[in-house]
Write a protein that binds this ligand. Structure first.
Ligand SMILES: *Cc1c(COP(=O)(O)O)cnc(C)c1O
Length: 450
């Protein structure tokens, strides 16, 4: 079976073909930004944009959708509709609610599968991201003798680092030896695909698992997921991806790329609210593998026999088998609303606008950073990044700068101390004018190098 039956075509995601837009000097003025917005509008009207608490504009310039997405206006009304069913039906709502609670996760399956390029049976929405990483590591990190290493990136999100280190310890291994942290070449800020592929070719027989961020949370680098997956699997390792910063940001084809497993959260680009229930992917080749280890709970049982309350687990050959507990309906409702927006707009259109918007921000930042102690460390090639650009400050604190951006200019960014400032114009609701405001604020807040 191919993903194409699920609505994809090979050229739905023109990942190879990139038009890098030229912007004129006129485009880079405030009026120019407004003209661009009129010509290339997003879907800002579908979202609540917070009011600014500083600066001269009513709304914030929100560039932190990589950290927490904005709330769709439909989320509240949709959630209230589901809540009313509990009031109306009590326990009968499990089966009789207009969206029955027992099968609520299934309402998220198809749109989730489309978003990550998976077959419906390969995805499930459950738990939170770090919990899913652990559950998947139980299944896919199976150290044997010398083949016991876990490869991550040195700039892995701390939770991922803690997860793999604790998994190594759980298997009786020393995490300082079992966990290999990939570092960029000296003087470089991001990893090179060829170096990772090279490492896997040289040391691959000692590697049990590769677990990398699809888009690195700190640098904004988009990894070459198909090439690294292929190299890892060729070396005999399992390859998993943390897609927290990739899902809803860049096009993904997890099934076709042969990824073994993946996990992501729904609260960053996927706009489903703080701590929203997370996603997980298990490739179809593992779904009916009787040798796979899995921690089990009653919700992973075949729904047809779940309520027979038998002592032995009888799962279907679906990622659903990894579910443990009764799904939290009211934490899932905002995901249903949000995925509906992604399905309506479509990832190809979002990615196209994303490249234009981030290209515009990059052009503005070129002007700002020339002569100031700031450097954009995210790759310049649009194929190697999503919408986030990360800036490194050569002096001063990123946190202090983010505070001033917010309180003096109404610009919301995200600081990772000591010196990284992240700005992500998300294609659903960010505007060219938001980008202009950020760049303009930086020219006021960061002094030129004497
Ligand atoms: C945001 C993020 C997390 C957060 O994990 P939670 O379990 O949702 O708190 C983990 N890993 C990466 C790579 C992230 O970007």
């Amino acid at each position: 079976m191919s993903v194409d039956e699920n609505g994809f075509t090979e050229d739905a995601f023109p990942v190879q073909d990139h038009m890098v837009e030229a912007f004129t000097a006129d485009d880079l003025t405030e009026e120019g930004a407004r003209r661009r917005d009129a010509a290339d509008p997003g879907h800002r009207d579908l979202f609540h944009v917070p009011p600014a608490d500083g600066g001269r504009y009513a709304e914030v310039a929100y560039l932190a959708g990589n950290s927490l997405g904005l709330q769709p206006k439909a989320t509240g009304p949709d959630l209230l509709e589901d809540l009313a069913e509990w009031a109306r039906l009590g326990v009968e709502g499990h089966f009789e609610a207009r969206r029955p609670w027992v099968s609520y996760p299934e309402l998220l399956t198809e749109n989730t599968a489309r978003l990550v390029g998976a077959l419906p049976e390969e995805v499930v929405v459950m738990n939170t991201l770090t919990v899913n990483l652990h559950l998947l590591l139980v299944s896919f990190y199976r150290p044997r003798g010398e083949r016991n290493r876990i490869v991550i990136e040195d700039t892995a999100f701390p939770s991922d680092s803690y997860a793999v280190r604790s998994q190594a310890r759980f298997h009786g291994l020393d995490p300082d030896e079992a966990v290999v942290r990939l570092r960029p070449r000296p003087g470089e800020d991001t990893l090179r695909t060829e170096d990772i592929v090279d490492y896997l070719a040289r040391e691959g027989d000692r590697v049990a698992l590769v677990l990398l961020g699809g888009v690195n949370y700190l640098t904004g680098e988009l990894m070459d997921i198909p090439a690294i997956t292929e190299a890892g699997r060729a070396a005999g390792a399992m390859v998993g991806w943390d897609l927290a910063h990739a899902a809803g940001n860049v096009p993904l084809r997890l099934h076709d790329w042969g990824v073994n497993f993946a996990a992501w959260c729904n609260y960053k680009y996927l706009n489903s609210g703080p701590g929203a229930i997370a996603g997980a992917f298990v490739h179809s080749r593992h779904l009916d593998d009787p040798t796979i280890q899995r921690f089990e709970g009653w919700w992973g049982n075949d729904p047809a026999t779940r309520f027979e309350m038998t002592p032995v687990h009888r799962p279907l050959a679906r990622a659903d088998a990894w579910q443990l507990s009764t799904p939290p309906t009211y934490a899932m409702a905002p995901i249903r609303t949000s995925l509906g927006i992604f399905a309506q707009v479509g990832m190809p259109a979002l990615r196209a606008r994303s490249e234009r918007l981030t290209g515009y921000l990059e052009r503005l930042l070129d002007l700002v950073t020339a002569g100031r102690p700031i450097t954009v460390i995210t790759p310049r090639d649009p194929r190697r990044r999503g919408c986030q650009l990360s800036l490194r400050l050569d002096s001063g604190s990123a946190g202090a700068l983010a505070k001033r951006l917010r309180h003096e200019h109404g610009v919301i960014t995200d600081a990772r101390e000591p010196n990284i400032l992240r700005a992500a114009p998300t294609p659903l609701y960010s505007t060219y004018h938001d980008c202009w405001r950020f760049a303009d604020a930086l020219t006021h807040l960061v002094e030129e190098t004497p």
